[in-house]
Each structure stands twice: as C-alpha cells, then as structure tokens.
Design a protein around this ligand. Structure first.
Ligand code: SF4
Ligand code: SF4
Length: 406
C-alpha cells in the first residue's frame, strides 16, 4: 500500500521544550542575529557552513509539522525501518532538517534515534529551525520492511561477477579490499569494511536476492521487540510511531498495542503502513503509487485521519499528484491560538496531506555523502565539509522545495 493513514494523538505545539520559534526566510536573508543560535556563533566550522548554506534558497518553514499536515504540505524523510548506519543517518537527518522536512522516520533502535536527533540538533546549530518530529517504525508481524540480507562470502565462487554488490542501492554489500564500486571506508573509523553484507546498511530491499546466480543470499526477518519500543517511546526525543501491519492478523496488532501500554500517550502521531515500494528505481514506481491514491480518492470509505503518500515516491510524484488534483488544493488558515479553520477547498479529491520520501531521498543525498566519505573517511560529518553540505542541501531542496514552496 502506498498511502499511510495518520491518527493524531496528544497533539501540542509545545514539546520537548521547543515551540514554533523558527522562521527561515524564503529569500534566505539570514542576517538577523536571532536566526542563528548562540552555539553556532561560537563555532567557526559552523560559521563556514552557515556562509555556504546562506547561498541556498531555503523554503519558508513557518508551520509546525501538524500545521503542515493540515495544509497538505507535510514532508517526511524515511531513513528506513531497517537502516541502521548511524553515520549516514546523522548526516541525512542534518541535511533534510535544513531542507525543511516535517518528520524523520527511522528504525526503532536507541542508537539510530540518537543519531537522528544529533543530526537535527547539528542542523539547528547552523540555522535556527523548528525541530522536525522523530518517528520510529515498528512491526507486529513479518513485514518486508523488517528484514536483512545475509550470505557467507567464503561460499561465493571466486569467479562470480558479484551482481549482488552492484545491484544494492545502499552500498551494503562489499568485499574487503576488493570493492568494485570504488568506495573505501576509513579504516581508522568505527565502520570497518566487512566482507559480504554490511548489516547496518542493509535495509532489506531484497534486490540482491534474485540476482545471485548461485542462490547464496538468504533473507532474515525480524519483529521489533514491543517492550524495547515502549522504553524508546518514553524517551523525550521520539514524537511519532509508524506501525507496519498487514491488517490480516488483528490479534498480533492487539498484542503489540497492549505491550506498548501507556507509552503511546507520549506520541503526537501514530501512522499505519503496509507494503513497501521503491521510488529510486524510476518513474514507473511513482505511477503505481499515484494510481493507488487515485483509487483511494474514488473510494466511498477511506481510512480516517491524514493520508500521506509513501512508497514509490520520487521527483515525479508531486507533478503526478497535481495532475490528478490530489495535492494541496485545501487552504487552511491559522489563528494565534493554534486553532485552524479550513477556509476553502477547490477539489473534493484533494486528499493527500503529505509525501514521504525514502529510497529516492537517500539516493540523491547519499551520492554526495559517498563522495565525501571517499575523500574524508567513512565517519565524516557533513557539516565539517561545507562544500559537500552545500551539494547535499541542493539535492534535498530539489525534493522538498516543490512540496513546501507553492
Ligand atoms: S537487501 Fe537490498 S539493501 Fe540489503 S544487501 Fe540486498 S540489495 Fe542491499
Ligand atoms: S552474487 Fe551470489 S555468489 Fe556472487 S558474490 Fe554475490 S552472494 Fe556471492
């Protein structure tokens, strides 16, 4: 399924001590000293990053994530329910926070959540932005989002041309010292190049499975532990949760919900999701997801809450949705007391509240991160290399801009 249904819970404009205090000018005249945090002013590296970021036109980010849902211009970065490379996750979170996403979705793992929050705070040290929500992804049963590929490279024939390595979109398959992709990780860094599948980078897309001519690759599925998830939600840096469920086994869903207990009261948003789709493989993927949205628009009964298009999304998605009259035709006015009033809607089919970008978003910024890592080592922080930060930010803005700057 390519559309996710949100139900809001416990929504407040004040959370984790932050309020709607940001404003990035659409013309980016970032000369007002209030725009910069005091931490940044003391940091010469960040000053350099600020100067370069200052040359890019950032979208006006004047809405809270909840307001973005109401306005129909919500945008989420999906790091991946199984992607656990904390260096990449931190850098992606930094870049997409600067670009103006409303939410960052990640694996329900303590280290990963910390990496997302570190990236967000590093971005906010460069430009004083509002904090995007952090969402964790969990499952109640076997689900394609929650799997890893695995094989023993010692079993591989020496003359294999390694199609597994070249097909992997996450650079998660490598052979020590023999990478055909030319990516070398800094051996001084904690991410040492390993033979076979680099588990933390594998997000379970499954593309390597059918290409192995010797059938050496297995998939390993897992279910996130509900008690661990509940503990994670109780931290003060998780705002939302996405539950991956097939909907066929209500017993399993009830068991998960029961194990999460009171922790869900800490959340601002709960989302449901189904089948995964990949947007990084081209225009065809987005056609399928838009087709699903069109069918949903015609349905007499739709899921309650906000609907977000996710899966198969890429640079073509917004244009496709607009052609179908399904995107941003609802205008919402806001009053000072944070109550909202829908003032007009020019299409009964304008049902999409926002877009989530996963594989495609990671791919376009990931290219820049790989280039940075090949020059500066696998653990490089993107804000320490402003020229790469600028390139990454331009890529991210090309995706976020059409959603935010209408
Ligand atoms: S499942 Fe996907 S991400 Fe994982 S190793 Fe295979 S191709 Fe790479
Ligand atoms: S394609 Fe199969 S046999 Fe060849 S290197 Fe990859 S896992 Fe090994």
């Amino acid at each position: 399924m390519a559309v996710r249904s949100f139900c809001t819970t416990n929504i407040s404009t004040q959370h984790h001590g932050y309020a709607a205090k940001f404003h990035v000018s659409s013309s980016l005249s970032l000369t007002n000293s209030h725009m910069w945090s005091s931490t940044t002013a003391r940091n010469s590296k960040n000053k350099c990053a600020q100067s370069l970021v200052n040359t890019v036109v950032l979208p006006s980010i004047s809405s809270t994530p909840l307001e973005s849902l109401h306005r129909g211009n919500w945008i989420k970065l999906i790091c991946g329910a199984s992607f656990e490379d904390v260096v990449d996750i931190r850098n992606l979170s930094l870049v997409y926070t600067l670009a103006g996403v409303d939410c960052i979705d990640c694996a329900a793992d303590a280290s990963v959540v910390s990496a997302v929050n570190e990236g967000i705070e590093a971005a906010r040290d460069i430009v004083c932005l509002r904090r995007p929500w952090v969402m964790i992804s969990v499952n109640d049963d076997k689900d394609l989002h929650f799997r890893k590929a695995e094989f023993d490279p010692e079993d591989c024939p020496a003359d294999c041309s390694r199609p597994c390595e070249s097909v992997c979109p996450a650079n998660a398959i490598s052979f020590q010292g023999k990478s055909t992709l030319g990516i070398s990780y800094n051996t001084e860094a904690p991410r040492v190049l390993k033979d076979g599948v680099i588990t933390e980078r594998c997000y379970g897309c499954g593309r390597c499975l059918p290409v192995c001519p010797y059938d050496k690759i297995r998939e390993v599925t897992y279910v996130r532990d509900a008690i661990t998830t509940a503990d994670l939600i109780k931290r003060n840096d998780v705002d939302a949760m996405e539950i991956h469920t097939s909907g066929r086994q209500s017993t399993l869903f009830k068991e998960l919900w029961s194990a999460l207990g009171d922790s869900v009261g800490n959340l601002r948003l709960i989302a449901l999701d189904g089948r995964p789709m990949s947007g990084d493989i081209g225009r065809g993927a987005t056609k399928e997801s838009i087709g699903f949205a069109v069918q949903l628009a015609k349905a007499k009964e739709r899921p309650p809450g906000f609907l977000q298009l996710a899966g198969g999304t890429n640079a073509h998605t917004i244009d496709g949705l607009k052609k179908e009259g399904l995107f941003q035709t609802t205008i919402t006015e806001y009053s000072h007391d944070d109550t909202s009033t829908i003032s007009s809607s020019d299409s009964s089919h304008a049902l999409i509240s926002g877009i989530a970008y996963g594989g495609y978003a990671r791919k376009i910024v990931g290219r820049v991160l790989r280039s940075m890592q090949s020059q500066h080592g696998g653990s490089a922080s993107v804000e320490d290399h402003p020229e790469h930060l600028l390139m990454a930010l331009k890529e991210a803005l090309a995706l976020v801009g059409p959603v935010k700057c209408l």
